[in-house]
Design a protein around this ligand. Structure first.
Ligand code: ATP
Length: 237
C-alpha cells in the first residue's frame, strides 16, 4: 500500500545576508502509513515547520522528493489539496464571532455543505458551546476549533503543527481523544511537537528529527524505549 505521506532526501537551506547559510533540512526522510496518529518530534529549530511548509508548497525545497496520498508534490498539490487538512500556523479567529459563525465563514459559499459545520463541531466536542463567542473559549477549545477548521473538507490526511502547544494535561488528554476518534474514523494524522510526553500520550508511531535529519522512526513505544536506552541520541528540550 502506498504511504499517505512520503519524503526522501529533503533538503532546504535558508540563505540570509546577516546569518549566512542555514541547512534546515539535510537529506530528511519520513514515511507515514494510513490510519496512524504519527508524531513528528524534534527540538526547536530542528526543521519540523520547514518540513511541513515545504510539503504543503508554502516554501520550495532545494532537493529530494515528497508525495502526499501517493501523488508527487508540489506538482500534484492542486489535485490532493482538498484531501489534506493542515494547520501550520496558529489561526487567528475573530474573538467576537461564535465557533459556528467562524466555521461557516471558513466553509465559504456552497463549497462545504452546511451540515458539515455541525458535524465537525460535534467531532471536536464543541457542539454544545458552538454559539458562544470564541473570546470566551479556553486555549484547548481554540486549538480544537482550529482542528475543526482543518476538518471541514473531510480530509484523508490531517497535518497539525504543534496542536498541543501550551495546553495543560487536561487539554492534552482532550486532544488525544480527538486524535484517536479521527484515526478510528479512518483519517491519518501527523502532528508535530517538541515535547516527548505529548507524542508519547497522543501518537502510535513517531519520526524524530534532529538538525534536519531523521534520527529515529517507528512505533512510539519501541522508539522511545530505544531512546531511553541510549541508542537514539537527540536533545529534546
Ligand atoms: P520550532 O519548533 O521552533 O518551530 P522547527 O523544528 O519547526 O522549530 P524550523 O522552524 O523548521 O524548526 O527551523 C529549522 C532551522 O531553520 C532553524 O535553525 C531556523 O532558525 C531556520 N529557519 C527557519 N525559517 C527560517 C527563515 N525564514 N530564514 C532563515 N532561517 C530559518
Amino acid at each position: 500500500m502506498p504511504a499517505v505521506l512520503e519524503i526522501e532526501g529533503l533538503r532546504k537551506t535558508y540563505k540570509s545576508r546577516r546569518r549566512g547559510e542555514r541547512h534546515a533540512l539535510d537529506g530528511f526522510d519520513m514515511r507515514v502509513d494510513a490510519g496512524q496518529v504519527h508524531g513528528f518530534l524534534g527540538p526547536n529549530g530542528s526543521g519540523k515547520t520547514t518540513t511541513l511548509r515545504t510539503l504543503l508548497g508554502l516554501i520550495r525545497a532545494d532537493g529530494g522528493r515528497m508525495a502526499l496520498l501517493g501523488k508527487e508534490v508540489p506538482a500534484a498539490l492542486p489535485e490532493v489539496a482538498g484531501q489534506v487538512g493542515a494547520i501550520v500556523e496558529s489561526p487567528q479567529f475573530f474573538p467576537h464571532f461564535s465557533a459556528r459563525d467562524t466555521l461557516s465563514l471558513l466553509a465559504g459559499a456552497g463549497e462545504v455543505p452546511r451540515q458539515r459545520v455541525d458535524e465537525v463541531l460535534e467531532l471536536v466536542g464543541l457542539r454544545d458551546r458552538a454559539g458562544e463567542r470564541v473570546k470566551t473559549y479556553s486555549l484547548g477549545m481554540k486549538q480544537r476549533l482550529a482542528v475543526a477548521s482543518a476538518l471541514l473538507k473531510n480530509p484523508k490526511l490531517l497535518i497539525l503543527d504543534e496542536p498541543a502547544n501550551g495546553l495543560d494535561p487536561g487539554g492534552i488528554r482532550e486532544m488525544r481523544t480527538l486524535m484517536r476518534d479521527l484515526a478510528a474514523a479512518g483519517m491519518t494524522v501527523v502532528l508535530s511537537s517538541h515535547i516527548l510526553g505529548e507524542i508519547q500520550l497522543i501518537c502510535d508511531s513517531v519520526t524524530i528529527i534532529s538538525l534536519g535529519r531523521r534520527v529515529a522512526f517507528g512505533p512510539v513505544d519501541e522508539v522511545l524505549a530505544r531512546y531511553s536506552g541510549g541508542s537514539v541520541r537527540v536533545r529534546l528540550e
